[in-house]
Design a protein around this ligand. Structure first.
Ligand code: AMP
Ligand code: MG
Length: 409
Protein backbone atom coordinates (compact mmCIF):
# COMPACT_ATOMS: atom_id res chain seq x y z
CA UNK A 1 0.00 0.00 0.00
CA UNK A 2 1.39 3.40 -1.03
CA UNK A 3 1.50 6.47 1.18
CA UNK A 4 -0.62 9.41 0.00
CA UNK A 5 2.53 11.37 -0.90
CA UNK A 6 3.98 8.49 -2.95
CA UNK A 7 0.68 7.91 -4.74
CA UNK A 8 0.38 11.60 -5.52
CA UNK A 9 3.91 11.72 -6.89
CA UNK A 10 3.36 8.68 -9.11
CA UNK A 11 0.10 10.16 -10.37
CA UNK A 12 1.33 13.64 -11.23
CA UNK A 13 4.55 12.26 -12.72
CA UNK A 14 2.47 10.13 -15.07
CA UNK A 15 0.73 13.21 -16.43
CA UNK A 16 2.06 14.83 -19.60
CA UNK A 17 0.49 18.27 -20.01
CA UNK A 18 -1.53 18.68 -23.21
CA UNK A 19 0.13 20.73 -25.94
CA UNK A 20 -2.52 20.70 -28.72
CA UNK A 21 -3.89 24.17 -29.28
CA UNK A 22 -6.98 25.75 -30.75
CA UNK A 23 -8.06 29.29 -31.50
CA UNK A 24 -11.11 30.59 -29.67
CA UNK A 25 -12.86 33.92 -29.89
CA UNK A 26 -12.08 36.22 -27.00
CA UNK A 27 -15.55 35.98 -25.38
CA UNK A 28 -15.19 32.18 -25.37
CA UNK A 29 -11.70 32.18 -23.84
CA UNK A 30 -12.74 32.61 -20.20
CA UNK A 31 -11.45 29.74 -18.06
CA UNK A 32 -9.21 28.40 -20.83
CA UNK A 33 -5.43 27.96 -20.56
CA UNK A 34 -3.32 30.27 -22.72
CA UNK A 35 -1.13 28.28 -25.13
CA UNK A 36 1.41 30.85 -26.31
CA UNK A 37 2.77 34.15 -25.05
CA UNK A 38 0.69 37.14 -26.09
CA UNK A 39 2.46 40.31 -27.20
CA UNK A 40 1.11 43.65 -28.26
CA UNK A 41 2.51 45.92 -30.97
CA UNK A 42 1.49 48.91 -28.87
CA UNK A 43 2.95 50.27 -25.66
CA UNK A 44 0.62 50.55 -22.65
CA UNK A 45 -0.38 53.37 -22.23
CA UNK A 46 -0.34 53.87 -25.99
CA UNK A 47 0.52 57.59 -25.58
CA UNK A 48 1.23 60.04 -22.78
CA UNK A 49 -2.13 60.81 -21.18
CA UNK A 50 -3.70 62.45 -18.18
CA UNK A 51 -4.48 60.56 -14.95
CA UNK A 52 -6.81 63.37 -13.78
CA UNK A 53 -9.43 65.82 -14.88
CA UNK A 54 -7.48 69.10 -14.84
CA UNK A 55 -5.09 71.24 -16.86
CA UNK A 56 -2.07 70.30 -18.97
CA UNK A 57 0.73 72.73 -18.14
CA UNK A 58 4.45 73.36 -18.49
CA UNK A 59 5.97 72.54 -15.11
CA UNK A 60 8.37 75.47 -15.19
CA UNK A 61 5.42 77.88 -15.63
CA UNK A 62 3.65 76.77 -12.46
CA UNK A 63 6.37 75.46 -10.13
CA UNK A 64 6.15 78.58 -7.95
CA UNK A 65 2.34 78.89 -7.86
CA UNK A 66 0.56 79.29 -4.52
CA UNK A 67 -2.77 80.40 -3.08
CA UNK A 68 -1.28 83.85 -2.28
CA UNK A 69 0.31 84.28 -5.71
CA UNK A 70 -1.54 82.10 -8.20
CA UNK A 71 -0.11 81.62 -11.71
CA UNK A 72 -2.49 82.73 -14.46
CA UNK A 73 -2.59 80.75 -17.73
CA UNK A 74 -4.59 81.07 -21.01
CA UNK A 75 -6.76 78.05 -21.77
CA UNK A 76 -6.13 77.32 -25.48
CA UNK A 77 -8.23 74.20 -26.00
CA UNK A 78 -10.38 71.49 -24.49
CA UNK A 79 -9.05 67.91 -24.84
CA UNK A 80 -11.57 65.16 -24.19
CA UNK A 81 -10.52 61.51 -24.00
CA UNK A 82 -10.65 60.02 -27.48
CA UNK A 83 -9.75 63.20 -29.40
CA UNK A 84 -6.14 64.13 -30.16
CA UNK A 85 -4.97 67.64 -29.15
CA UNK A 86 -4.78 70.21 -31.98
CA UNK A 87 -2.45 72.76 -30.44
CA UNK A 88 0.92 73.04 -28.72
CA UNK A 89 0.95 74.42 -25.18
CA UNK A 90 3.40 77.32 -25.06
CA UNK A 91 4.68 79.14 -22.00
CA UNK A 92 1.82 80.97 -20.30
CA UNK A 93 -0.74 78.60 -21.82
CA UNK A 94 -2.66 75.53 -20.70
CA UNK A 95 -5.18 73.05 -22.12
CA UNK A 96 -8.24 71.78 -20.31
CA UNK A 97 -7.82 67.98 -20.15
CA UNK A 98 -9.82 64.99 -18.95
CA UNK A 99 -8.78 61.59 -17.58
CA UNK A 100 -7.35 59.38 -20.31
CA UNK A 101 -6.99 62.20 -22.86
CA UNK A 102 -3.72 62.60 -24.78
CA UNK A 103 -1.19 65.03 -23.37
CA UNK A 104 -0.72 67.93 -25.81
CA UNK A 105 2.79 68.69 -27.05
CA UNK A 106 4.52 71.38 -25.03
CA UNK A 107 2.84 70.30 -21.78
CA UNK A 108 4.63 67.96 -19.37
CA UNK A 109 2.53 67.99 -16.18
CA UNK A 110 -1.14 67.90 -15.13
CA UNK A 111 -2.57 70.15 -12.44
CA UNK A 112 -5.71 68.62 -10.98
CA UNK A 113 -8.87 70.61 -11.34
CA UNK A 114 -9.28 70.90 -7.55
CA UNK A 115 -6.09 73.05 -7.38
CA UNK A 116 -7.29 75.62 -9.90
CA UNK A 117 -9.81 78.44 -10.25
CA UNK A 118 -11.41 79.11 -13.61
CA UNK A 119 -11.95 82.64 -14.80
CA UNK A 120 -13.41 82.61 -18.36
CA UNK A 121 -10.60 81.71 -20.82
CA UNK A 122 -8.04 81.94 -18.07
CA UNK A 123 -7.16 79.70 -15.20
CA UNK A 124 -5.46 80.31 -11.89
CA UNK A 125 -3.12 77.64 -10.55
CA UNK A 126 -3.41 77.72 -6.76
CA UNK A 127 -0.95 74.97 -5.84
CA UNK A 128 2.25 73.88 -7.57
CA UNK A 129 2.59 70.30 -8.86
CA UNK A 130 4.71 68.12 -6.57
CA UNK A 131 7.00 67.14 -9.43
CA UNK A 132 7.60 67.43 -13.12
CA UNK A 133 5.28 64.94 -14.86
CA UNK A 134 2.78 64.74 -12.03
CA UNK A 135 -0.47 62.98 -13.10
CA UNK A 136 0.94 62.13 -16.51
CA UNK A 137 0.75 58.45 -17.43
CA UNK A 138 3.71 58.11 -19.73
CA UNK A 139 3.61 55.99 -22.85
CA UNK A 140 5.00 52.49 -22.19
CA UNK A 141 5.11 52.88 -18.41
CA UNK A 142 2.93 49.77 -17.88
CA UNK A 143 4.16 47.69 -20.80
CA UNK A 144 6.62 47.96 -23.68
CA UNK A 145 5.51 46.76 -27.12
CA UNK A 146 6.92 43.41 -28.22
CA UNK A 147 7.68 41.97 -24.78
CA UNK A 148 5.38 39.21 -23.42
CA UNK A 149 2.15 40.67 -22.12
CA UNK A 150 0.76 37.33 -20.87
CA UNK A 151 2.70 34.10 -20.50
CA UNK A 152 1.54 30.65 -21.64
CA UNK A 153 0.13 28.22 -19.10
CA UNK A 154 -2.12 30.70 -17.29
CA UNK A 155 -5.86 30.40 -16.83
CA UNK A 156 -7.75 33.25 -18.45
CA UNK A 157 -10.01 34.97 -15.96
CA UNK A 158 -11.49 38.46 -15.86
CA UNK A 159 -8.21 40.37 -15.53
CA UNK A 160 -6.45 38.39 -18.28
CA UNK A 161 -9.46 38.71 -20.59
CA UNK A 162 -9.34 42.48 -20.02
CA UNK A 163 -5.66 42.57 -20.98
CA UNK A 164 -6.36 40.52 -24.13
CA UNK A 165 -9.20 42.85 -25.07
CA UNK A 166 -7.00 45.91 -24.56
CA UNK A 167 -4.37 44.27 -26.79
CA UNK A 168 -7.10 43.70 -29.41
CA UNK A 169 -6.40 39.98 -29.33
CA UNK A 170 -9.69 38.83 -30.81
CA UNK A 171 -8.78 35.19 -31.32
CA UNK A 172 -6.86 33.54 -28.50
CA UNK A 173 -4.67 30.46 -28.86
CA UNK A 174 -5.52 28.13 -25.98
CA UNK A 175 -4.71 24.53 -25.01
CA UNK A 176 -7.48 22.15 -26.02
CA UNK A 177 -9.65 20.90 -23.19
CA UNK A 178 -8.87 17.50 -21.66
CA UNK A 179 -11.13 14.70 -22.95
CA UNK A 180 -12.46 12.88 -19.90
CA UNK A 181 -14.80 9.87 -19.92
CA UNK A 182 -16.60 8.70 -16.79
CA UNK A 183 -18.44 5.52 -15.96
CA UNK A 184 -19.99 3.85 -12.96
CA UNK A 185 -19.40 0.17 -12.43
CA UNK A 186 -21.81 -1.97 -10.43
CA UNK A 187 -24.65 -4.33 -11.29
CA UNK A 188 -26.55 -2.95 -8.30
CA UNK A 189 -26.67 0.59 -9.72
CA UNK A 190 -29.64 2.40 -11.17
CA UNK A 191 -29.76 5.86 -12.75
CA UNK A 192 -31.49 8.59 -10.69
CA UNK A 193 -34.37 8.82 -13.18
CA UNK A 194 -35.15 5.08 -13.05
CA UNK A 195 -37.44 3.30 -10.56
CA UNK A 196 -35.50 1.92 -7.60
CA UNK A 197 -36.02 -1.79 -6.91
CA UNK A 198 -35.29 -3.27 -3.47
CA UNK A 199 -31.55 -3.63 -2.91
CA UNK A 200 -30.55 -1.35 -5.76
CA UNK A 201 -28.32 1.69 -5.24
CA UNK A 202 -28.70 4.98 -7.07
CA UNK A 203 -25.67 5.95 -9.14
CA UNK A 204 -24.65 9.22 -7.51
CA UNK A 205 -20.96 8.96 -8.38
CA UNK A 206 -21.37 9.67 -12.05
CA UNK A 207 -23.22 12.88 -11.26
CA UNK A 208 -20.67 13.84 -8.63
CA UNK A 209 -17.81 13.33 -11.09
CA UNK A 210 -19.57 15.19 -13.89
CA UNK A 211 -20.11 18.14 -11.55
CA UNK A 212 -16.52 17.96 -10.28
CA UNK A 213 -15.20 18.08 -13.86
CA UNK A 214 -17.61 20.83 -14.86
CA UNK A 215 -15.92 23.09 -12.28
CA UNK A 216 -12.76 22.90 -14.40
CA UNK A 217 -14.65 23.61 -17.61
CA UNK A 218 -14.60 19.94 -18.64
CA UNK A 219 -17.78 18.42 -20.08
CA UNK A 220 -17.26 14.72 -19.37
CA UNK A 221 -18.30 12.01 -21.78
CA UNK A 222 -20.74 10.03 -19.64
CA UNK A 223 -20.65 6.34 -20.39
CA UNK A 224 -23.36 5.44 -17.90
CA UNK A 225 -23.61 2.41 -15.67
CA UNK A 226 -21.67 -0.70 -16.63
CA UNK A 227 -22.57 -4.02 -14.99
CA UNK A 228 -19.95 -6.05 -13.15
CA UNK A 229 -19.33 -8.41 -16.03
CA UNK A 230 -15.82 -8.55 -17.48
CA UNK A 231 -16.81 -8.46 -21.19
CA UNK A 232 -18.95 -5.35 -20.88
CA UNK A 233 -16.42 -3.62 -18.65
CA UNK A 234 -13.55 -4.54 -20.99
CA UNK A 235 -15.37 -3.27 -24.06
CA UNK A 236 -16.42 0.03 -22.47
CA UNK A 237 -13.02 0.72 -20.93
CA UNK A 238 -11.15 -0.15 -24.13
CA UNK A 239 -13.21 2.25 -26.22
CA UNK A 240 -13.04 4.97 -23.59
CA UNK A 241 -9.24 4.76 -23.40
CA UNK A 242 -8.97 5.19 -27.16
CA UNK A 243 -10.89 8.47 -27.13
CA UNK A 244 -10.08 10.00 -23.77
CA UNK A 245 -7.03 11.55 -22.15
CA UNK A 246 -8.42 10.42 -18.81
CA UNK A 247 -10.97 7.73 -17.98
CA UNK A 248 -12.48 7.73 -14.51
CA UNK A 249 -14.59 4.91 -13.15
CA UNK A 250 -15.96 4.27 -9.72
CA UNK A 251 -16.39 0.93 -7.99
CA UNK A 252 -14.93 -2.47 -8.70
CA UNK A 253 -11.42 -1.73 -7.41
CA UNK A 254 -11.67 -3.39 -4.02
CA UNK A 255 -11.06 -7.02 -3.10
CA UNK A 256 -14.61 -8.30 -3.60
CA UNK A 257 -15.64 -11.08 -6.00
CA UNK A 258 -17.04 -8.56 -8.48
CA UNK A 259 -14.08 -6.19 -8.50
CA UNK A 260 -12.70 -6.66 -12.00
CA UNK A 261 -11.18 -3.29 -12.92
CA UNK A 262 -7.54 -3.94 -12.09
CA UNK A 263 -7.46 -7.22 -14.00
CA UNK A 264 -9.05 -5.63 -17.06
CA UNK A 265 -6.59 -2.72 -17.04
CA UNK A 266 -3.74 -5.23 -16.97
CA UNK A 267 -5.26 -7.21 -19.84
CA UNK A 268 -5.55 -4.02 -21.86
CA UNK A 269 -1.84 -3.32 -21.39
CA UNK A 270 -2.07 -0.71 -18.68
CA UNK A 271 0.88 0.04 -16.45
CA UNK A 272 -0.73 -0.10 -13.01
CA UNK A 273 1.06 2.44 -10.87
CA UNK A 274 -1.29 2.68 -7.91
CA UNK A 275 -3.28 -0.24 -6.47
CA UNK A 276 -4.13 0.97 -3.01
CA UNK A 277 -3.29 3.99 -0.89
CA UNK A 278 -3.03 4.44 2.88
CA UNK A 279 -5.83 7.01 2.93
CA UNK A 280 -9.14 7.02 4.76
CA UNK A 281 -11.54 7.14 3.05
CA UNK A 282 -10.37 5.87 -0.32
CA UNK A 283 -7.95 2.97 0.21
CA UNK A 284 -8.86 0.99 -2.94
CA UNK A 285 -7.63 3.50 -5.51
CA UNK A 286 -6.27 2.32 -8.85
CA UNK A 287 -4.31 4.38 -11.37
CA UNK A 288 -2.92 3.00 -14.59
CA UNK A 289 -1.17 4.69 -17.48
CA UNK A 290 -1.44 3.65 -21.11
CA UNK A 291 1.66 5.10 -22.77
CA UNK A 292 0.73 4.20 -26.37
CA UNK A 293 -2.74 5.66 -26.06
CA UNK A 294 -1.42 8.61 -24.08
CA UNK A 295 -4.21 8.10 -21.58
CA UNK A 296 -4.61 7.64 -17.85
CA UNK A 297 -7.14 5.55 -15.98
CA UNK A 298 -8.40 6.31 -12.50
CA UNK A 299 -10.36 3.55 -10.83
CA UNK A 300 -11.88 5.33 -7.85
CA UNK A 301 -13.54 3.48 -4.97
CA UNK A 302 -17.30 2.97 -5.23
CA UNK A 303 -18.28 4.44 -1.90
CA UNK A 304 -19.54 7.93 -2.71
CA UNK A 305 -17.41 9.82 -0.20
CA UNK A 306 -14.29 7.82 -1.07
CA UNK A 307 -14.89 8.55 -4.75
CA UNK A 308 -15.06 12.31 -4.19
CA UNK A 309 -12.26 12.55 -1.64
CA UNK A 310 -9.89 10.67 -3.96
CA UNK A 311 -11.08 12.82 -6.90
CA UNK A 312 -10.24 15.97 -4.94
CA UNK A 313 -6.95 14.66 -3.59
CA UNK A 314 -5.53 12.84 -6.64
CA UNK A 315 -7.56 13.40 -9.82
CA UNK A 316 -7.78 17.18 -9.43
CA UNK A 317 -4.01 17.90 -9.51
CA UNK A 318 -3.62 15.39 -12.37
CA UNK A 319 -6.33 17.09 -14.43
CA UNK A 320 -5.03 20.59 -13.72
CA UNK A 321 -1.50 19.60 -14.69
CA UNK A 322 -2.84 17.84 -17.80
CA UNK A 323 -4.80 20.94 -18.79
CA UNK A 324 -1.54 22.83 -19.33
CA UNK A 325 -1.57 25.08 -16.24
CA UNK A 326 2.08 25.93 -15.60
CA UNK A 327 1.55 26.76 -11.94
CA UNK A 328 -1.00 26.29 -9.20
CA UNK A 329 -2.22 22.83 -10.14
CA UNK A 330 -1.09 21.35 -6.82
CA UNK A 331 -3.65 20.75 -4.04
CA UNK A 332 -4.10 23.74 -1.74
CA UNK A 333 -3.59 23.20 1.99
CA UNK A 334 -3.97 25.74 4.77
CA UNK A 335 -3.26 25.48 8.48
CA UNK A 336 -6.43 25.70 10.58
CA UNK A 337 -7.54 25.26 14.18
CA UNK A 338 -10.05 22.49 14.74
CA UNK A 339 -13.12 23.37 16.82
CA UNK A 340 -13.74 19.74 17.79
CA UNK A 341 -11.73 16.60 18.54
CA UNK A 342 -10.98 14.71 15.33
CA UNK A 343 -10.43 10.97 15.71
CA UNK A 344 -8.31 9.16 13.12
CA UNK A 345 -7.08 5.74 11.99
CA UNK A 346 -3.33 5.78 12.78
CA UNK A 347 -2.51 3.37 9.95
CA UNK A 348 -3.82 5.71 7.24
CA UNK A 349 -3.80 9.42 6.38
CA UNK A 350 -7.29 10.37 7.50
CA UNK A 351 -9.44 12.97 5.71
CA UNK A 352 -12.30 14.44 7.71
CA UNK A 353 -14.71 16.59 5.75
CA UNK A 354 -16.16 19.82 7.05
CA UNK A 355 -16.04 23.54 6.69
CA UNK A 356 -13.18 25.95 6.90
CA UNK A 357 -13.78 29.63 7.54
CA UNK A 358 -11.59 32.67 8.19
CA UNK A 359 -12.21 34.36 11.54
CA UNK A 360 -9.96 37.08 12.95
CA UNK A 361 -7.48 36.41 10.18
CA UNK A 362 -7.13 32.69 10.98
CA UNK A 363 -8.52 29.55 9.43
CA UNK A 364 -10.91 27.57 11.62
CA UNK A 365 -12.11 24.06 10.81
CA UNK A 366 -15.45 22.57 11.82
CA UNK A 367 -16.03 18.95 10.94
CA UNK A 368 -19.39 18.10 9.37
CA UNK A 369 -22.26 16.99 11.61
CA UNK A 370 -23.77 13.52 11.32
CA UNK A 371 -21.94 10.24 11.07
CA UNK A 372 -18.63 9.84 9.30
CA UNK A 373 -18.83 6.93 6.92
CA UNK A 374 -17.43 6.56 3.42
CA UNK A 375 -20.96 5.60 2.40
CA UNK A 376 -22.61 8.70 3.92
CA UNK A 377 -22.70 11.33 1.26
CA UNK A 378 -25.40 13.29 3.08
CA UNK A 379 -23.02 15.08 5.44
CA UNK A 380 -20.56 15.74 2.61
CA UNK A 381 -22.95 18.35 1.25
CA UNK A 382 -21.98 21.95 2.00
CA UNK A 383 -18.44 21.08 3.02
CA UNK A 384 -15.51 22.98 1.56
CA UNK A 385 -12.47 21.34 3.12
CA UNK A 386 -10.99 18.13 4.53
CA UNK A 387 -8.88 18.11 7.66
CA UNK A 388 -5.83 15.89 7.16
CA UNK A 389 -4.60 13.76 10.04
CA UNK A 390 -1.21 12.20 9.36
CA UNK A 391 -0.35 8.52 9.59
CA UNK A 392 0.64 7.58 13.14
CA UNK A 393 -1.79 9.97 14.83
CA UNK A 394 -4.93 8.63 16.45
CA UNK A 395 -6.52 12.06 16.40
CA UNK A 396 -6.23 15.80 16.88
CA UNK A 397 -7.63 17.51 19.97
CA UNK A 398 -9.98 20.49 19.81
CA UNK A 399 -8.04 23.76 19.66
CA UNK A 400 -5.03 22.21 17.94
CA UNK A 401 -3.84 23.27 14.53
CA UNK A 402 -3.70 20.96 11.56
CA UNK A 403 -3.45 20.92 7.80
CA UNK A 404 -6.69 21.28 5.83
CA UNK A 405 -7.20 20.53 2.13
CA UNK A 406 -9.28 23.18 0.40
CA UNK A 407 -11.88 21.77 -1.96
CA UNK A 408 -12.86 23.41 -5.21
CA UNK A 409 -16.09 25.25 -4.54
P1 AMP B 1 -17.50 -1.27 -4.75
O1 AMP B 1 -16.19 -0.60 -4.55
O2 AMP B 1 -17.85 -1.46 -6.18
O3 AMP B 1 -17.61 -2.52 -3.96
O4 AMP B 1 -18.58 -0.28 -4.15
C1 AMP B 1 -18.56 0.06 -2.79
C2 AMP B 1 -19.90 0.62 -2.37
O5 AMP B 1 -20.16 1.81 -3.09
C3 AMP B 1 -21.06 -0.31 -2.65
O6 AMP B 1 -21.98 -0.21 -1.60
C4 AMP B 1 -21.65 0.24 -3.90
O7 AMP B 1 -22.99 -0.05 -4.05
C5 AMP B 1 -21.41 1.74 -3.74
N1 AMP B 1 -21.32 2.34 -5.05
C6 AMP B 1 -20.58 1.87 -6.07
N2 AMP B 1 -20.72 2.64 -7.15
C7 AMP B 1 -21.59 3.62 -6.80
C8 AMP B 1 -22.14 4.72 -7.51
N3 AMP B 1 -21.83 4.95 -8.78
N4 AMP B 1 -22.97 5.54 -6.85
C9 AMP B 1 -23.27 5.31 -5.57
N5 AMP B 1 -22.80 4.28 -4.85
C10 AMP B 1 -21.97 3.43 -5.46
MG1 MG C 1 -19.05 -2.61 -7.17
Amino acid sequence: MLSVADAERLIVDAVHPLTDTEGVRLPDATGRILATAVRSQLDFPHWDNSAMDGYAVRFDDVAAASGQSPVCLDVIENIAAGTPPQKTVKSGQTARIFTGAMLPSGADTIVMQENTRRDGDRIEILQPPKALGEFVRHRGRFYQAGTPLLNPGIRLQAAEIAVLAAAQCNVVKVIRKPRVAILSTGSELVAPDQPLKPGQIVDSNQYALAAFLHQFGIEALRLGIVADTPPSLRQTIKEALQWADVVISTGGVSVGDYDYIEGILEELGGDIQVRSVAIKPGKPLTMASFAKLRSLYFGLPGNPVSALVTAWRFVQPALLKLSGLSQGWQPQFVEATTALDLPAAPSRETYIWGQVAIRDGHFHFNCAGGSFSSGNLVNLAQTNACAVIPVGSSGIAAGERLSVLLLQS
